[in-house]
Write a protein that binds this ligand. Structure first.
Ligand SMILES: [Zn+2]
Ligand SMILES: [Zn+2]
Length: 1214
């Protein structure tokens, strides 16, 4: 110590004290390679050199020596240290750094002196990872160097300029807890460092060139060893495959290259000191793809990437784990195909990329320009970042590290990998932490991708064999998974629930065309007729048809307990953290292969995390308007209120389960077990018959086709309960279900109806006794004790009140359910009592059971009970035809039919305009036209929705089970149905488009139709001949009050201020078809077709009536006469027209059987069907005449004077 200090006698006391500490540090902490004194002296010299000549012989007293372990344990934030900086130099350095990326701060300065030895390749535990390390007696630290020299190896060095980046990410061991970026050249503390870099002791004189070596390789001689020399032209990354580390480098001699594989552990650090060739920067234009306008790239186009070199600055880190970065703010960088650990890739770092693949728009989820590194590419940091980048929560999610592993396992292309990374982020935002644990997100994203790829496979073959890393690295010409890439694969877009809802809400009104909602006679409708026609409409679109790419939804299926405005409490929902989406769901039957849809009944779906690709978006529009006539439809100010309801329709069998609920897990296992049992039975039979491989093959096929059981990744929440809690259960079979309605239960209120609660009840049959459980049996297989009936089982009425109403959609007649009351061992809670639960409204003769809000219901696989469980069967379901034909005594019917049309009936009560959205839906009266699936017969069903929450899915194209409807007869004997309080609507099949039109009506003979009337059909096609025109009325009508309109409305008591009018025309003609004759009414615009007038002629006719207002003519003898004037030229003209052969010609008409009554009267009757019920029938011949239907049921409506009211569509003209 003293001899050391004697060299510094001239120094001040402060400096001598600093030097004393330095000596002590060298003595205690550095390996005593040389004498401590000599080393310390050398250190001081180097420090003086580093500090710089301008401040020569000035010691950096503010700096303190630090050991590696001290640095690792004490330094929690990134920092940098530079001995040579003056304050101004440092300030300038900070300014420059922060200019580059203004949102980041420069690394803070730490006055620390670092001394250590450099070692290459192997870490403390002996594992060789190829990293350089700085070591001292206290420990070692991984280091990055810009241009390392082998001359530094094993030498004690002073590091004058370095950055230290601690890595505090969880899950990493202490060894990897940080790294050094050695910016400046280290200064050796000893002088004898002139050892040549010749680690293997190669004698270059006996080495051969690359050309010779390549020749030798072609004609291999066993055991031959050669020494090769050449220029290094490419260095591949260090790989660790199954514990063996190796890398590959290329030597070049003129045009000949030779790959060399380095597998010797002691030589791995060579890689770090190889210098590779120069960088050719890419012309900017090639990377400015982002400026190009977005094109819809046809899916699955295969493109070739280009191999380039690139130099730029790393500007942001998208995900360290996934290996995604951004260079120069506009180019994506993906390192996932080179799965090696890297340091120094921080924002602000300058990097050089060699032999990287340039991909343009590989995926819509990434930047347009992507640089991707394969095993042949190399990355070199040319300048360490000066910026202190905080490890942000998004860029360093530990679970992302699984993504490159999935890339390898699933053998993904670049587009697919980028999609996977995007979905991983999206899933994290939308499902974590409520439904999925953060660390499971990657697994989930992998499953999602698998689902999507499976779907795409259905459409086309997926190519790509496994990766061959040696071929990727060594083969010429180069070929790797990045050489070719599939643009836009997967070609679908994962949208959040809230995005899906907003897409539908905007499309709902964007797709609205008011004029298209009107019938063909729209131009002649008065205000009172026009606005109801616009009151409700629906549009459907398929999620898979969305542009620019199909939509994909992911969410948890749920039955919300609380009533929300967007979803009723009794509808199935798909949720994620962004929103809740109502689903109208059906499933296909397992029992047969028909693929026929039916109502959902399986509660195991609740809590499943699913991926939805096939779904129909339904957008219902409710419009309150006061349009005076069709000419005003473009003026939005006549719309007084608009409201929409959006939801999706789907089939549960189309869903992919990403994570099953506990019940679903059980169900899948149980189904598998049953199938295996059946298979064994089959096998035994077959073996008896013949010996062969077919059984084995069949079994394999079954196993391949069965849904693979995926362990749940989702967090169990909501309706599922922890399995350990004791509970009691009761198994029931549902016989009948009534509809949900607001009823007076006398027990508080909920929602918008004061004093009323939502409620429904089912009639069920208990299968056995109430059972006690120590655990929650959920939907497990029915145990014998549960079916062991000791008492005569009667039926029980199960009441669902308030939040329990959520089970409504899943309870179907004929299905078996296990009712579970948790947290109790008291079996009496599940025994129905005879005490009326309803407060005195009506008493039930059967015992009642009120379902509590915490009870759960589990659907059971129908058990095979012996003896058969019941003689009781659910009420039969009829077809539309059966309802039409059944006996008049039947009053309550249940039937199945497809909705072909839906009309909102005008509000008869004259309630003031409503402004609340829910009110728009609440008081609705709706008339549905329901067809059977096969025949053209249809039935009118009147729904009163005022006592029930609005039912989604009641739209044309859907098949609905109507249960508990009242069958009634109209005055002409036509059959219609109307809803009662107990009526229940169940959507049992969903259409994908409203274009699923009615089948063409049957061709009828007038004679036959006249005999059988409405019993045959209401709408038919008639092929006949016009005999003559009996009657013609042309009139300008006030659109407000319906009076004749001349220059103004002619009504005087009270005066009408209307300024708009519509032109209306009615004609009656005699049609005969050989079997009979009918009087057929025609109305606008079919009248002009009947008369054979061209559009200009028709418009001229309208103009000429402007002043007169109206004209009514009828036949007398062979000519037409008017009831007012006789010598009107217009009358002459019409008379001429009506008798011409242009009118009296063959026709094909689509006709509706109707009464003589005029349209408004018919409309009145419509509401009468609903409100007042049956009207008194008149006796005698008039019976045939009094059936009423509205004009708007058909494209255009006509009335038949004698027997029929027929309508004809213009396209039906022959
Ligand atoms: Zn490649
Ligand atoms: Zn008027």
């Amino acid at each position: 110590m003293e001899s050391f200090l004697s060299h510094f006698n001239q120094r001040s006391d402060v400096e001598r004290e600093w030097l004393r500490q330095l000596f002590a540090f060298v003595r205690d902490k550095l390996c005593p390679v040389l004498g401590t004194g000599a080393l310390a002296l050398s250190l001081v010299q180097r420090i003086e050199v580093a500090v710089g000549s301008s401040r020569a012989r000035c010691l950096p007293l503010s700096y303190r020596l630090v050991t590696i372990s001290e640095l690792v344990t004490r330094q929690q934030t990134p920092c940098c240290s530079n001995l040579s900086w003056s304050t101004n130099e440092h300030r300038e350095w900070v300014r420059e750094a922060e200019q580059a990326l203004p949102n980041l701060r420069a690394l803070p300065r730490a006055n620390l002196l670092l001394i250590g030895c450099l070692s290459g390749g192997c870490g403390v535990g002996g594992s060789c990872d190829g990293f350089w390390r700085v070591e001292d007696v206290s420990g070692s630290l991984t280091s990055e160097m810009l241009s390392p020299s082998p001359l530094w190896l094993g030498q004690p060095l002073l590091f004058p300029f370095w950055n230290y980046i601690p890595q505090t990410a969880p899950g990493q061991d202490h060894e990897d807890s940080g790294y050094l970026e050695l910016v400046g050249c280290p200064l050796p503390l000893t002088s004898d460092s002139e050892v040549a870099f010749n680690p293997a002791g190669v004698n270059r004189r006996s080495a051969v060139g690359v050309k010779v070596a390549a020749g030798l390789l072609k004609h291999r001689v066993k055991g031959l060893r050669v020494k090769v020399y050449g220029e290094v032209c490419a260095v591949c990354p260090l790989l660790d495959i199954a514990g063996n580390s190796f890398f590959c480098l290329f030597l070049r001699e003129e045009q000949q290259t030779l790959p060399i594989l380095v597998t010797e552990p002691s030589c791995l650090w060579w890689r770090l000191s190889e210098e590779s060739g120069c960088v050719s920067a890419l012309p900017d234009r090639q990377l400015e793809g982002a400026d190009e306008t977005e094109r819809v790239v046809p899916p699955h186009t295969t493109k070739h990437s280009r191999v380039i070199s690139y130099k730029g600055m790393l500007t942001s880190v998208r995900s360290t784990g996934a290996g995604l970065y951004v260079i120069d703010g506009k180019i994506g960088l993906c390192l996932a195909y080179q799965p090696i650990q890297r340091h120094g890739l921080r924002p602000g770092a300058e990097i050089e990329l060699h032999d990287v693949h340039f991909l343009y728009r590989p995926s819509h989820t990434s930047l347009p320009s992507m640089l991707c590194m394969c095993l042949r590419s190399s990355l070199r940091i040319t300048s360490f970042s000066r910026l202190g980048s905080e490890v942000s929560s998004t860029s360093n999610v530990p679970s992302d590290a699984l993504l490159p592993q999935l890339l390898l396992e699933m053998n993904l292309g670049m587009s697919q990998y980028l999609w996977l990374c995007y979905c991983c982020t999206a899933l994290r935002d939308r499902l974590v932490p409520r439904w999925v644990r953060g660390e499971r997100v990657c697994v989930l994203a992998g499953r999602l991708l698998e689902c999507v790829l499976t779907w795409e496979e259905e459409e086309e073959e997926r190519g790509g064999a496994g990766r061959d890393i040696y071929r990727e690295m060594l083969q010429e010409p180069h070929h790797c998974p990045l050489t070719e890439y599939r643009v836009g694969s997967p070609g679908c877009q994962y949208v959040s629930v809230s995005d899906c809802i907003s897409t539908m809400e905007s499309e709902c009104w964007d797709s609205l065309s008011l004029s298209s909602l009107l019938p063909a006679s729209g131009s002649s409708l008065t205000q009172a007729e026009l606005n109801p026609a616009l009151a409700w409409s629906v549009s459907l679109s398929l999620g898979q048809d969305k542009l620019p790419r199909p939509l994909l939804l992911v969410g948890v299926l749920d039955l919300p307990r609380t009533h929300t405005p967007v979803s009723g409490p009794h509808t199935l929902c798909l949720r994620d953290q962004t929103g809740i989406l109502t689903c109208v769901a059906v499933e296909t039957s397992d029992d047969d292969d028909s693929g026929r849809q039916r109502a959902i009944s399986n509660t195991a779906w609740i809590g499943c995390l699913v991926c939805v690709r096939r779904f129909t978006m339904v957008m219902e529009r409710f419009l309150q308007s006061e349009f005076p006539s069709y000419r005003h439809l473009d003026q939005d100010n006549y719309i007084t209120h608009r409201h929409s309801r959006v939801y999706v329709q789907l089939c549960l069998n189309d869903l992919q389960i990403l994570s099953p609920s506990a019940s679903m897990t059980h169900l899948i296992r149980e189904k598998k077990r049953r199938r295996e049992e059946e298979e064994e039975d089959d096998q035994m039979e077959v073996q008896e018959e013949e010996e062969g491989g077919s059984v084995k093959r069949a079994r394999q096929e079954v196993q391949e086709n069965e849904p693979r059981l995926k362990p749940p990744v989702a967090i169990v929440t909501g309706s599922s309960l922890p399995g350990e809690l004791p509970c009691v259960s009761l198994v029931i079979r549902v016989l009948r279900k009534e509809g949900v309605a607001w009823r007076n239960e006398g027990t508080g209120c909920e929602g918008g109806r004061a004093g009323l609660s939502l409620c429904f009840s089912v009639k069920a049959e208990p299968i056995g006794q109430v059972q006690k459980w120590a655990w929650n049996p959920r939907n497990s297989v029915l145990q014998e004790r549960e079916t062991d009936r000791k008492t005569d089982s009667t039926t029980v009425e199960v009441l669902f009140l308030r939040s329990s109403v959520r089970w409504f959609n899943l309870i179907q007649p004929g299905s078996f359910y296990r009712l579970i009351a948790p947290n109790t061992q008291d079996s009496s809670v599940l025994i129905g009592c005879l005490v009326a639960v309803k407060s005195g409204v009506e008493l039930h003769a059967t015992p009642s059971l009120l379902v509590q809000s915490d009870w759960t219901i589990h659907t059971l696989i129908p058990p095979l009970l012996n003896p058969p469980y019941s003689q009781m069967t659910p009420p039969p379901v009829m077809s539309v035809g059966e309802v039409l034909n059944c006996s008049r005594d039947v009053e309550l019917v249940s039937f199945y039919g497809v909705i072909s049309q839906r009309i909102t009936l005008p509000d008869q009560s004259g309630t003031p305009e409503t402004t609340q959205n829910t009110d728009v839906e609440a008081g609705l009266s709706v008339r549905l036209t329901v067809c059977s699936e096969t025949k053209g017969r249809s039935l009118q069903v009147y729904l009163d929705l005022s006592h029930t929450p609005y039912p989604p899915g009641i739209v044309p194209g859907n098949a609905v089970l109507f249960s508990g409807f009242q069958r009634r007869l109209s005055r002409v004997g036509g059959v219609y149905c109307r809803s009662l309080l107990v009526s229940c609507l169940t959507v049992s099949a969903v259409g994908t488009t409203i274009l699923s039109r009615d089948p063409p009506p049957p061709v009828v003979l007038l004679g036959v139709w006249a005999m059988r009337g409405a019993e045959q059909c209401l709408v038919g096609r008639v092929k006949g001949h016009v005999v003559c025109v009996l009657y013609l009325q042309l009139q300008w009508t006030c659109s407000l009050c319906g009076s004749i309109y001349t220059q103004r409305c002619t009504r005087s008591h009270p005066p009408c201020g209307s300024t708009s009018s519509v032109f209306q025309a009615v004609a009656k003609a005699v049609i005969e078809d050989g079997s009979g004759e009918a009087h057929v009414w025609f109305s606008c615009p079919v009248v002009s077709c009947l008369l054979g007038l061209t559009t200009p002629q028709w418009e001229g006719l309208q103009r000429s009536l402007r002043t007169k207002g109206h004209l009514r003519v009828y036949t007398r003898g062979r000519s037409l006469v008017s009831d007012t004037v006789s010598d009107d030229p217009l009358l002459q003209y019409l008379s001429c027209v009506c008798n011409s052969i242009a009118v009296c010609r063959p026709l094909t008409l689509t006709c509706t059987l109707q009464t003589r009554s005029h349209t408004p009267a018919a409309r009145r009757e419509d509401s009468a069907q609903l409100k007042r019920g049956e009207k008194r029938k008149r006796r005698g011949s008039a019976d045939l005449l009094t059936h009423g239907l509205t004009q708007d049921t058909a494209p255009s409506a006509l009335f038949l004077h004698f027997l029929f009211c027929l309508s004809s569509s213009p396209r039906g003209k022959g």
